[in-house]
Write a protein that binds this ligand. Structure first.
Ligand SMILES: [Zn+2]
Length: 248
């Protein structure tokens, strides 16, 4: 039954993530300003701000101006709720649950902003860094040396690629892998980098073959790195054990 609380908690936080995804790239405040309709600017009443449910009751339209509300909003809420349940099923109500739940929510915000605006905002990186420094103190299975090495393990190779390719790799991607390394430690962040590259290559190649993009088009790398981090967070230790088991 506790799962219900986790789900509701995830949906409510997901609703806040929508605010972050919309406002951070526009450099608007995410805390003090109440929610407005994107189309007509009218303030949204509290009873129309219930995650997912309000969207269904309103039929996906603003109560005032009847403009369509993007499906993205309930999907982000549902996705964040599902992700919290997913992490909970692995880690229970432990330090890892809070740390990885926080990390996953940041990854959702970063993925959407990077996808739409091709930027990973520094504000989110700094916010993640603060939590990333606090987390190893409570999590004895990670520890500070692992976290600090994790900070550099994937970001330094990306930095070298960025220098060699003269801007082929974004600074935001490097910073993302640095702060995520604080949460995962060096082994899992390296795995996350490899997984992110694999997912990115497969999807990139598929989009080229389907002629959705040109070979020279730039596609944001942040969502792929975020996917790699998320898989490593949940399945990383299993993958590493399986991989080591193949050779020893
Ligand atoms: Zn409206």
């Amino acid at each position: 039954m506790f799962e219900i609380f986790i789900l509701i908690f995830g949906l409510v936080i997901g609703s806040f993530l929508n605010v972050c995804i919309y406002r951070i790239p526009l450099k608007q405040t995410i805390v003090t300003d109440p929610s407005h309709c994107v189309a007509c600017g009218k303030r949204i009443k509290w009873y129309d701000l219930i995650p997912v449910i309000s969207y269904i009751i309103l039929g996906g339209k603003c109560r005032v101006c009847k403009q369509k509300i993007s499906m993205k909003y309930p999907l982000v809420e549902l996705f964040n709720g599902a992700v919290y349940l997913w992490i909970y099923s692995f880690y229970g109500l432990s330090v890892q649950f809070y740390a990885f739940g926080f990390l996953a929510s940041c990854l959702i915000v970063i993925s959407f902003i990077d996808f739409e605006h091709q930027i990973i905002p520094n504000g989110i990186i700094i916010f993640m860094m603060i939590f990333g420094i606090i987390f190893p103190y409570f999590n004895k299975s990670l520890g500070y040396s692992d976290a600090v090495i994790g900070f550099f393990a994937a970001s330094i190779p990306l930095l070298i690629i960025a220098i060699l390719s003269r801007g082929g790799m974004g600074g935001g991607d490097i910073k993302l892998m640095a702060v995520a390394g604080l949460f995962l430690g060096w082994k899992l962040i390296l795995l996350a980098l490899i997984l992110g590259c694999i997912v990115g290559s497969v999807i990139g190649l598929a989009l080229i073959l389907l002629k959705k993009i040109q070979r020279r088009d730039k596609i944001p790398f942040g969502p792929f790195l975020a996917t790699g981090i998320f898989i490593a967070m949940l399945y990383g230790n299993q993958i590493l054990q399986w991989y080591i088991g193949m050779y020893f």
